[in-house]
Design a protein. Structure first.
Lengths: 447, 159
């Protein structure tokens, strides 16, 4: 059984993992960069190893240093969290070679879903509907034009090695294609070191709905409901909720079935999420599968009473998923509160937090690594906290979230709290009449 | 203490040039101070003294067990003495092999580029070279000790 876990991550997710480990009696090792000396995960872990300077490539993305840290602390497993190395098949492979348990799927499963073009083909082969698009990386502008003509504009260019919304460009007219391709390729090369691109039909007025999967090594594969992550800005999720207020039960069942089939087809093990776009006619299309835990997992934990970190560790230990019969209870919403200025084009706002009074009370969960006196470093993502509410109905959840946002005092840095207060009082949100372009449309109106 | 009231006062102080604000009313005393912003916070600047006392900072864990870092020496390092810090994570070895003499001892003279120790990680031995020419004043870690990035290893007096 795993006795000591090294967490190859930082911030709130590192803290999240440490918390479950503590409850399970598992020792924890935190790794940190020199700028993260005062990050909470360093304080809460049993041991901590400084692995490099602030630059991610020198620290949280530096495989040799992370493995070395596991060696000198005699950790027997590594939990990669989300982002950083969590979907890096090479890292998972090296962990294996170094006799370390990688808490996640097998390297081959990461590969099958990590390359977006391979993933699309896997989906197609297991009968999961995919967005019409190119079968392989586009080799030339001419090929791109030909495929775009076949599919029909509008189309979207996407990076094959991509994720997190980078290296993507929507194209509505043939005349814009050449320039968009150039820009997207540059962005992809810079973000992922790989400028292979593919084309998909751009789904109009889409909703983003994803299905959570849990699979152990003993043959159990279950879904744990869906999450609706339609409220986004530049393809970054801002607010997530479950159940989805948009899809009907028939669609829900089909999506769950499709996701389980996809997971089965690659013998998936661990926690994973299959992401779909759903159009206004309830047609759903596979987008990608994330072979790791999602940021927004707390909303699922609330309504299904699951501890995903515990399940991941169980699966890594070769045990059964502890909750095979899942029951939906109520509604949950999460707001990702970032250190950004919503009144100034979401300019990042790192710096010293001078006051930090957190919300509490019935039905509130707050996952945060921040505190009064903490300096948010500029080197990493701007997330301050994930504020999660749980209530009996969506309307109650909205009211609860508004109440909690009102209580949340953060001074010293700008935050996106005011943005959420606007969204949650907006009629369109309350009546779930929006798609992934909701915020962009609002920005146009507001200006 | 009414939270909205508190929020307003904090906002007022924040937006003003005042450094400190003290209010006393109906048996409650409120003192807020705003020091100059620092890049690295070493204290919790905004103090609330009132009813009830609100401690919003987390209590640092009772110094956690088994932190593998050696605390750097508290005395000031003289100007011509340089700290050689570990450029990587691994296990420190003073000698090329268990039976050999250590690379350096206290008092040894080294040139810039002289190998002064080995740090082993992932089964690879990495020779660590001195960044300066000088004399070894102090060896801060022990043979076989686990070291982290930036951990001070040697003190070298520049010649």
């Amino acid at each position: 059984m795993i006795e000591k876990i090294l967490i190859a991550n930082r911030g709130e997710i590192a803290l999240r993992i440490i918390r479950t480990c503590k409850e399970l009696g598992i020792k924890t090792v935190a790794v940190y960069s020199t700028v993260d000396k005062n990050c909470l995960h360093v304080r809460f872990a049993d041991e901590a190893v400084c692995i490099g300077s602030g630059d991610s490539s020198a620290s949280y993305l530096n495989i040799p240093r992370i493995i070395a840290a596991a060696e000198i602390t005699a950790a027997d497993a590594i939990h990669p969290g989300y982002g950083f190395l969590s979907e890096n098949a090479e890292f998972a492979e090296i962990c294996k070679d170094s006799n370390l348990i990688f808490i996640g799927p097998e390297p081959e499963q990461i590969r099958q879903m990590g390359d977006k073009i391979v993933a699309r083909n896997n989906a197609k082969n297991s009968g999961v509907p995919i967005v019409p698009g190119s079968e392989s990386p586009i080799s030339s502008l001419e090929e791109a034009e030909k495929i775009a003509d076949e599919i029909g504009y509008p189309i979207i260019l996407k990076a094959a090695a991509g994720g997190g919304g980078k290296g993507m460009r929507a194209v509505r007219e043939k005349s814009h294609l050449e320039m968009a391709l150039q820009i997207a390729k540059n962005e992809a090369l810079s973000a992922f070191g790989n400028d292979d691109m593919y084309i998909e039909k751009l789904i109009e007025s889409p909703r983003h709905v994803e299905i959570q999967i849990l699979a152990d090594t003993l043959g159990n594969i279950i879904h744990v409901g869906e999450r609706d992550c339609t409220i986004q800005r530049r393809h970054q999720k801002l607010l997530e909720e479950t159940p989805s207020p948009f899809i009907n039960d028939e669609t829900r069942l089909k999506m769950e079935e499709a996701s389980i089939n996809l997971a089965k087809s690659i013998n998936y093990t661990g926690a994973g999420t299959v992401e779909f776009l759903v159009d206004k006619n309830m047609n759903f299309y596979f987008m990608e599968m994330n072979t790791r835990l999602q940021v927004e997992h707390p909303v699922t934990e609330a309504v299904y009473d699951v501890d995903f970190i515990k399940e991941q560790i169980r699966i890594a230990d070769g045990l059964e998923i502890s909750k095979k019969d899942i029951h939906l209870n109520g509604h949950s919403i999460e707001c990702r509160i970032n250190a950004e200025n919503p009144d100034n084009n979401f300019m990042p706002s790192p710096g010293l937090i001078t006051a930090f009074h957190t919300p509490g009370g019935y039905g509130i969960r707050l996952d945060t690594h921040c505190y009064a006196g903490y300096v948010i470093p500029p080197n990493y993502d701007p997330m301050i906290a994930k504020l999660v509410v749980h209530a009996d109905t969506r309307d109650e959840a909205i009211k609860r979230m508004l109440r909690a946002l009102d209580e949340f005092v953060i001074e010293g840095v700008k935050t996106t709290i005011p943005l959420f207060q606007k969204i949650l009082t907006d009629k369109k949100f309350i009546e779930h009449d929006y798609d992934t372009n909701y915020l962009e449309k609002r920005e146009e109106i507001e200006v | 203490m009414d939270l909205n009231y508190l929020k307003k006062i904090i906002k007022m102080l924040d937006e003003s040039n005042l450094a400190e604000l003290e209010i006393e009313e109906e048996g409650t005393k409120l003192k807020l101070s705003k020091p100059r912003p620092k890049i690295a916070a070493t204290s919790y600047p905004v103090q609330f003294t009132g009813q009830p006392v609100q401690d919003i900072s987390p209590k640092p864990a009772t110094e956690t067990v088994e932190k593998k870092e050696t605390k750097p020496q508290e005395e000031a390092i003289p100007e011509n003495v340089v700290e050689i810090k570990s450029p990587m994570v691994g296990t420190f070895y003073a000698a090329p092999s268990p039976d050999s003499e250590p690379y350096v001892k206290v008092g040894s003279t080294v040139k810039e580029g002289t190998t002064i120790c080995i740090i082993e990680a992932m089964k690879l031995m990495n020779e660590i070279e001195s960044e300066v020419s000088g004399k070894i004043v102090k060896i801060l870690v022990e043979n076989g000790q686990a070291v982290e990035y930036d951990q001070p290893l040697f003190l070298i007096e520049k010649i």
